[in-house]
Design a protein around this ligand. Structure first.
Ligand code: DAH
Length: 373
């Protein structure tokens, strides 16, 4: 052997020795030979998934160091062509065997680490089908909607239909048909919001009365829950947008006793059988006679408390016998039919029932508030 090739071989040997030293940390991942058989028990590796992945990366670095394009071994391989033809194949073979001695071990460790990682992963991702499921967080209806539905249920059970009307109204339905003639003080622009086209946002659900009579013709019983608008500055008890429920009954021979009985029954069903009512004379353009209805406080049962401001009574809303002019606006003969009507505020009632300090909370849509109902 020429001294030149002997020197190259010595270089290859020292590269291999360096490899063996670097490989020592991976030796425990090699197969074991037991009774002439290759055996491996990856459970003995005792690594976390992350540690095993780190080992695999370190192994790949070692492979690059040993046989990568820029490795010392590759540099030696480039010399094969320079060696004399007689020595060339012997030297080539020597380098190849040196290389294989390392890559075989690397391949074995890589395969064992891979199966260990696969095993760890499937352990971690195993699904325990016997665990109880995670419940999705359930929402619920807004407190105003809940109360509106309770009110609807009570009236539907008394034979009323639920009617709907537009929130943007013409002058006729807003005022004229409700017996509020031009120049009447109730038309004051403070009352609502006007559009430039002569329309306005309804300031009360009473506007639905005439729509309902035109649509259904008497005899009829309807309630009309809905949104109304007023030019109010928001404060703890006012909002420029709020909710009302209107009630209207038009039949033959209806008189004030029917109205009082209906409202009394309504509050008994909503607040309990012991609830009492009282009626005070009042004025509304679209009813004659008109009255305000109060009910005994559901909290103190009439004794007087903070909620009813010590009076024992809570205001329900306005009501009265439908004015003949309103019946006429819907082309109903007031000599043949009579009716009663009432209107109450849902938000105000909601605020009292939940003892809210500020009814604006109802429209802020803060879930921390809404969740409580
Ligand atoms: N619309 C009135 C209001 O907003 C309440 C009202 C009073 C409604 C008398 C009626 C009624 O139907 O007859 O204050």
């Amino acid at each position: 052997m020429s001294s030149e090739v002997a020197g190259y071989r010595a270089q290859a040997d020292s590269i291999r020795e360096a490899f063996e030293r670097k490989f020592e940390r991976f030796a425990r991942f090699l197969n074991k030979r037991i009774n002439g058989e290759n055996v491996v028990d990856v459970t003995e590796f005792n690594l976390s998934l992350e540690e095993a992945q780190a080992e695999l990366r370190a192994l790949s670095d070692l492979e690059t160091w040993y046989v990568g394009r820029k490795s010392q071994l590759s540099a030696l391989k480039k010399l094969i062509g320079k060696v004399s033809p007689e020595e060339r194949s012997g030297f080539g073979q020597y380098l190849l065997l040196t290389q294989i001695a390392g890559t075989d071990k690397i391949a074995e460790v890589e395969s064992n680490l891979q199966s260990y990682i696969w095993k760890k992963r499937s352990e971690r991702e195993r699904v325990d089908v016997t665990l109880p499921g995670r419940r999705p967080r359930r929402g619920h209806l807004h407190p105003i909607t809940q109360l509106r539905q309770r009110i609807e249920d009570i009236f539907v059970s008394m034979g009323y239909a639920v009617e709907d009307g537009p929130e943007v109204e013409t002058d006729f339905y807003n005022f004229t048909a409700l017996n509020i003639p031009e120049l009447h003080p109730a038309r004051s622009p403070q009352d609502t919001f006007y559009t430039t086209g002569g329309l306005s946002l309804r300031s009360q659900t009473s506007t639905v009365q005439v729509h309902a009579m035109q649509r259904r013709r008497p005899p009829l019983r309807v309630i009309a829950p809905g949104r109304v608008f007023r030019r109010d500055t928001p404060d703890a008890t006012h909002n420029p947008m709020f909710f009302q429920v209107e009630g209207l009954l038009v039949e033959r021979g209806v008189q004030m006793g029917h109205l009082k009985g209906t409202l009394s029954e309504f509050v008994r069903r909503l607040f309990g059988a012991g609830t009492r009512t009282r009626f005070r004379p009042s004025y509304f353009p679209f009813t004659e006679p008109s009255m305000e209805a109060d009910y005994s406080c559901f909290k103190c049962n009439g004794a007087g408390c903070r909620l009813c401001k010590g009076s024992g009574w809570i205001e329900l809303g306005g009501s009265g016998m439908v004015h003949p002019n309103v019946l006429r606006a819907a082309r109903i003969n007031p000599d043949e039919f009579s009716g009663f009507a009432f209107g109450l505020g849902i938000d105000r009632m909601c605020g009292l029932m939940y003892e809210l300090d500020d009814i604006r909370l109802l429209f802020e849509n803060d879930v921390r508030f809404l969740e409580q109902f």
